[in-house]
Design a protein around this ligand. Structure first.
Ligand SMILES: [Zn+2]
Ligand SMILES: [Zn+2]
Length: 480
């Protein structure tokens, strides 16, 4: 639907369907005198949650879902998308890894070694951007083992426009993404390879295949040793599979931790997006990624314990907030029409989210709207839209650092209170490590290979360096 300027001006004067606004629409984007009184600047729902104590042990019968990023635009209250799912049998997974979430993972005290299994719903930047940090710095911390990245295979899409021009098909699947991502980070990975990046006894890819119930033996994308912390193993999934044919849509099936993860098609922007379902110990979770409302979601979401589904605010409100324009501005129509195109080709409007929930039998024990800029004004109006179609049933709105504990008897929502000044969490019990790639023999123990942090720099007159030791300007032993 495309709106004319005339229709737009009419709409701007009309009711916005219960949108609870504390200031005139035209003031969005203008300066606020008091954050306390502006509903777009606070999230009372999140603020009212009880506090999750950092470091709380997970009960063996519980699943815990932590939201690290819950928006599609990076904002300090909500970075882009990522959730971390842990189960009481000792297994854990990252779903999507969008812009800005590395700081949130760090603040939550989630160690790098827990972030080796990444499940991508699709390859948009708001779902993948912070992989760079997590990949690059994992081996310097305690992930001295490969990174495994599940995600859709190539879209296999060829577009021919009406003039006969052809686009594609491109190598746009998860393997191609990982190959280029590996190359892109070569300078980083070499420079950080004076420290050890692997440990003895790490399972072979054939053993990983069996342990995780993969379809094939995984193959790393570059020349890394298959046990190396900088090795990347893409595990491509056929995005066309819906699970209607037996077992073919299983992405992960670990008999030891009893976690099974399946996937099904999402409809989002371009061919090749998927949603995931995790099942464990009689509990289940669906993570939609980005998608238009669809029937596969109804089939897979019915009866789950926690349904985490994307939702977008009305295109009109999005255009107001995101463009900073007033409805009277001639360019506002363009912003609105673009927002409508994005919504209609890619996302789930509020009312449609309610409709989806109403079609699930039984409905989820808890439905969580995410990818949604959650504040008092947006939540108030969205709740009305959802409730128009889904009058009862537990619903909440995700915000960063929300923690949901799920057991057979109860689902608890809390908010973590974290430090803005966190360092990396301590890495306990590191295994014995292999020698690093850049090494030398220890002068005192001539058979022992030790790190050579100077191997990759020039220390001659070409690039004169000041040596703090000979100049006696090194740090003192007491640290000052
Ligand atoms: Zn997105
Ligand atoms: Zn997307």
């Amino acid at each position: 639907m495309k709106l004319t300027r005339r229709q737009m001006l009419k709409l701007s004067g009309a009711s916005l369907g219960g949108l609870a606004l504390g200031s005139p629409l035209s003031s969005f984007g203008s300066s606020f005198n008091s954050k306390e009184t502006v509903p777009s600047e606070k999230n009372s729902l999140f603020d009212s949650l009880p506090v999750f104590p950092l470091g709380e042990k997970l009960d063996p019968n519980e699943m815990r879902i932590t939201f690290l990023g819950t928006s599609c635009i990076p904002r300090l209250s909500q970075e882009c998308n990522s959730i971390f799912v842990e189960v009481g049998s000792g297994d854990q997974f990252v779903f999507d890894c969008g812009t800005g979430v590395a700081a949130k993972y760090n603040a939550m005290g989630i160690r790098m070694s827990k972030m080796n299994k990444i499940f991508l719903t699709h390859l948009h930047g708001d779902h993948t951007s912070d992989l760079t940090h997590i990949y690059c710095f994992g081996p310097a911390e305690d992930r001295k083992e490969p990174m495994y990245i599940w995600g859709p295979r190539n879209s296999d899409f060829t577009y021919k426009d009406l003039d006969g021009n052809v686009r594609g098909p491109y190598q746009d699947g998860t393997r191609a993404f990982c190959e280029r991502f590996r190359d892109m980070n070569r300078w980083h990975s070499e420079s950080f390879s004076f420290g050890s990046t692997s440990y003895p006894g790490y399972p072979l890819p054939s053993e990983i295949k069996t342990q995780w119930g993969l379809h094939d033996i995984p193959v790393q994308v570059s020349d890394d040793d298959p046990d190396d912390g900088f090795a990347i193993f893409p595990i491509e999934l056929d995005w066309t599979l819906s699970g209607k044919s037996p077992m073919d849509n299983v992405a992960y099936n670990n008999p030891s931790t009893r976690v099974k993860i399946t996937h099904f098609p999402a409809i989002h922007c371009r061919r090749g997006s998927i949603s995931y379902k995790l099942e464990w110990n009689g509990l289940s979770m669906v993570f939609s990624g980005d998608t238009k409302p669809n029937y596969d979601m109804i089939a897979n979401g019915g009866g789950v314990d926690v349904l985490i589904h994307e939702m977008v605010m009305p295109a009109y409100v999005w255009a107001l907030k995101n463009s900073g324009l007033s409805p009277e501005d001639p360019d506002f129509i363009k912003a609105y029409n673009y927002a409508m195109q994005v919504q209609n080709s890619s996302h789930t409007p509020q009312g449609a989210f309610g409709y989806l929930l109403s079609q699930m039998t039984p409905p989820p024990r808890l439905a969580v709207a995410t990818h949604f800029q959650a504040a008092d004004d947006t939540i108030a109006s969205a709740m009305q839209s959802v409730r128009n179609h889904y009058p009862v049933g537990e619903i909440t709105f995700a915000s960063d650092l929300m923690v949901i504990n799920v057991s057979a008897t109860k689902i608890i929502q809390r908010r973590a209170v974290v430090s803005s000044f966190a360092f990396y969490p301590v890495s306990p019990n590191l295994p014995t490590v292999n020698p690093p790639k850049y090494w030398k023999y220890d002068t005192e123990h001539p058979t022992e290979k030790i790190p050579d942090p100077y191997a990759q720099i020039i220390t001659t007159e070409q690039v004169p360096a000041i040596d703090p030791i000979t100049k006696n300007v090194n740090y003192r032993e007491d640290g000052y």
